[in-house]
Ligand binder design. Structure first.
Ligand code: AMP
Ligand code: MN
Ligand code: MN
Ligand code: MN
Length: 307
């Protein structure tokens, strides 16, 4: 006999996985604007059943996020989103279900964060040359943890200052390769990011793959190397993906034997196009990452455990 809870995570007769899992979101610990517990409350109020906080290069928000999620009766997975350099592009690797106290993971994340403040000063110097002064102080005013300063905080400053109308304009005219305020940066190596996550007992996932400007050959290289290092998942249902991109990465998941993930990449109620939990269900033909992570889910683990 199948319980209602068990039925919620297997393909039903419409061919989708019905669990409302949101496994990609950001708090004030990185470049989101809600505190970890506020984010948990918003996720819960939007119908999310299984949630992960995935701050950039940090696990600092997880204790508060976990406590809030469990209080609300929501399933919880530890998460982070690691910045990686691959073939000249910044690639993001989400880690889920790891032990957040793992020493190698914590040290690796600290090393990735360490370059951000100097990079931010260099970005501000570039913006000053383009006629926009005081950007370092301006961006810093939006940051809770200075070592996590990111392009998002500069984007908020540029909008506030009236230089740009919105984030879309910021990331067209500034902060990207060839435009003022862009500073190339060396992030983690792909194999290190995957190793830190796996070594801490978690699963590594390629975040929002459609965002990278790779040729088909380089995209194939990314997924081949990622799988060779032990990476296990790819985001299919994610805020940044179009319908065609979702189909493409569903096919990639099948081709490389990867589990599929689902997440809004929520940062802020006004800036983010997709709210927490507001995504199509995963196709029933794909294996959801949360089935591979059943033993790592806290809180309502019974509702999402593999049969
Ligand atoms: P950083 O890690 O400092 O390079 O900043 C990257 C962050 O900038 C991402 O995590 C996003 O939150 C944000 N970002 C990058 N590109 C865009 C874009 N086109 N639109 C909105 N936000 C973006
Ligand atoms: Mn971000
Ligand atoms: Mn990302
Ligand atoms: Mn993200």
């Amino acid at each position: 006999m199948r319980s209602a809870a068990a039925a919620a995570r297997v393909p039903d007769n419409r061919g989708v996985h019905l669990t409302n899992a949101d496994l990609h979101s950001h708090s004030t610990v990185s470049d989101g604007t809600l505190a970890p517990d506020e984010l948990a409350a918003r996720a819960h109020s939007r119908g999310v059943q299984l949630w992960a906080l995935t701050d950039h290069d940090s696990v600092e928000g997880l204790a508060l996020a976990r406590e809030a999620a469990l209080d609300l009766g929501m399933g919880f997975l530890a998460g982070t989103e690691i910045s990686v350099s691959f073939a000249g592009e910044s690639v993001h690797i989400v880690g889920l279900g790891f032990d957040a106290a793992d020493a190698a993971l914590v040290a690796g994340l600290a090393a990735v964060r360490a370059g951000r403040l100097q990079r931010a000063r260099d970005m501000a110097a570039e913006l000053a040359r383009a006629g926009i002064p005081d950007a370092f102080e301006g961006a810093l005013a939006y940051v809770d943890a200075p070592e996590s300063i990111s392009r998002t905080h500069f984007a908020r400053f540029l909008v506030e200052r009236g230089v740009c109308a919105d984030f879309g304009e910021v990331f067209r005219r500034f902060l990207v390769e060839g435009k003022p305020g862009f500073v190339p940066h060396r992030w983690a190596r792909l194999r290190d990011a995957v190793r830190w996550i796996r070594g801490a007992g978690g699963i590594a996932i390629v975040a929002h793959p459609a965002r990278y400007r790779f040729s088909p050959t380089l995209e194939y290289a990314l997924f081949s190397e990622f799988a060779a290092h032990g990476g296990q998942g790819v985001e299919v249902m994610v805020g940044a993906h179009s319908e065609a991109e979702r189909r493409h990465y569903a096919a990639i998941a099948t081709e490389f034997g990867l589990a599929a993930s689902r997440g809004s990449d929520f940062h802020d109620p006004d800036e983010s196009r997709v709210d927490l939990g507001a995504l199509p269900d995963l196709p029933g033909t794909l294996e959801p990452v949360w089935e591979r992570l059943a033993s790592r889910i806290e809180g309502r683990a019974d509702a999402f455990a593999a049969s």
